[in-house]
Write a protein that binds this ligand. Structure first.
Ligand SMILES: NC(=O)c1ccc[n+]([C@@H]2O[C@H](COP(=O)([O-])OP(=O)(O)OC[C@H]3O[C@@H](n4cnc5c(N)ncnc54)[C@H](OP(=O)(O)O)[C@@H]3O)[C@@H](O)[C@H]2O)c1
Length: 370
């Protein structure tokens, strides 16, 4: 059984549609019976038959635990994950279920790997976090770059570069809320082990189509899974960057310089949270669909030797990041339900499904190699 928790949200609705288009019949779960029923009716009217709905609220852990049993697949799009994500994760671990989510939040990813992963190994659960635009493409590009390097790889750098954002709203209100929650949180990188550091501790530019696109470091799943994929003698350094090739590039450069100083001021962190929550009320629930259709996401994975020489470089490209997220979650849920996953515990996407299957799934989801 596949259960989609958060089905009534923006990402959840798109994921539900992607699932039924693949022939899945997910149970639609959320806190509002009315919203779930109208979603089921809308999908039914498209000709996908009648879907079951079930209510569960994260404030009632028993209701979330009741969604799944051993071997079921739970897909969660209930976010912001650092505030709302723990209930689904705990339920999946306790049930021994296969869990996928749409988070992109570094502190939550860290909890999945360090706190819940060891528990999942004991219960037989498998946790595949951040299985969307963030951070499947970088895991794939990094694994492919590692696999095509003849000499020992010392460092892998991943770049996510967003192009075509313009001035229209291209993120959902839910994503905005998640980003606001992250501004005051610690992130991490990999230096022969996970090391805490603020988001944006390092900056570099990536060349995309002849343009230099600035990007800042961020914590993600590649830091956990690429060193394990590299195997002995180990992968000493992994850095993941998130950047922009559009008008946001200058703002990104500026924020990298001023944000750390601003956040160090007394009271600044709680002020940022309060302002962010206030601004969220003015953000539309859904991004502008026409603007979103113009967005292109470029992902680069580069493997270097110890002297800093490039050994291999892999480039991937996709369109609308929300469609990619919905299609990846739908593919992952179906693959997990029909073929299972490689092992229990917290796994990266390549570890969970294998490189060949993931590459095929990512291609079906619209992520192509360039
Ligand atoms: N990593 C990526 O590439 C990527 C891509 C897309 C989205 N995301 C992330 O996915 C998350 C969801 O985004 P979104 O745009 O779908 O946000 P959204 O529209 O706000 O959806 C949030 C969902 O959480 C549900 N929810 C909230 N409180 C709940 C509670 N107490 N119990 C049960 N369910 C509850 C909401 O239910 P109601 O409908 O009843 O309010 C809704 O279904 C965000 O964290 C976003 O950043 C990441």
């Amino acid at each position: 059984m596949v259960v989609l928790f958060g089905a009534t949200g923006y990402t959840g609705r798109r994921t539900a549609e992607a699932m039924v288009r693949r022939g899945l019949r997910p149970v639609l779960a959320g806190r509002s019976a009315g919203r779930l029923t109208s979603l089921a009716q809308r999908l039914g009217a498209l000709g996908f038959g009648k879907l079951d709905v079930v209510t569960a609220d994260i404030s009632d852990a028993t209701s979330v635990r009741a969604l799944i049993g051993r071997g079921d697949v739970l897909v969660s799009t209930v976010g912001p994950f650092i505030r709302l994500g723990g209930a689904a994760l705990s339920a999946a671990v306790d049930a021994g279920a296969i869990y996928l989510d749409s988070t992109g939040e570094p502190p939550f990813i860290r909890r999945v790997f360090e706190e819940f992963g060891p528990r999942a190994q004991q219960t037989g659960a498998c946790l595949i976090t951040a299985f969307g635009h963030d951070y499947v493409p970088g895991n794939l590009a990094g694994a492919l770059a590692l696999g095509s390097s003849d000499s020992a790889v010392h460092r892998v750098e991943i770049g996510y570069l967003i192009e075509g954002t313009g001035r229209s709203q291209v993120i959902s209100r839910g994503t905005f809320a998640s980003i606001v929650g992250l501004l005051t949180e610690q992130s991490f990188t990999w230096r022969a082990g996970i090391q805490s550091e603020p988001t944006g501790s390092r900056m570099r530019t990536f060349s995309v189509g002849g343009r230099n696109c600035p990007a800042l470091t961020i914590g993600s799943t590649e830091h956990y899974s690429l060193p394990r994929l590299a195997g002995p003698p180990g992968l000493p350094e992994v850095d993941v960057y998130l950047g922009s090739c559009g008008p946001a590039a200058r703002a990104l450069q500026l924020s990298a310089r001023v944000t750390p100083a601003l956040l160090a001021l007394p009271g600044a962190r709680s002020a940022v949270r309060t302002i962010g929550e206030f601004v969220a009320h003015w953000i539309a629930e859904e991004p502008d669909p026409l603007a979103l259709a113009r967005v292109t996401s470029h992902v680069v994975g580069i493997a270097y030797d110890a002297a800093g020489t490039t050994l291999a470089q892999v480039r991937l490209r996709s369109g609308d990041p929300y469609q990619l997220t919905a299609d990846l979650l739908a593919w992952g849920a179906q693959r997990a339900a029909e073929h299972g996953v490689s092992a229990p515990g917290a796994l990266g996407p390549v570890e969970a499904f294998g490189l060949e299957a993931l590459e095929t799934g990512a291609l079906q989801a619209g992520l192509c190699r360039v």
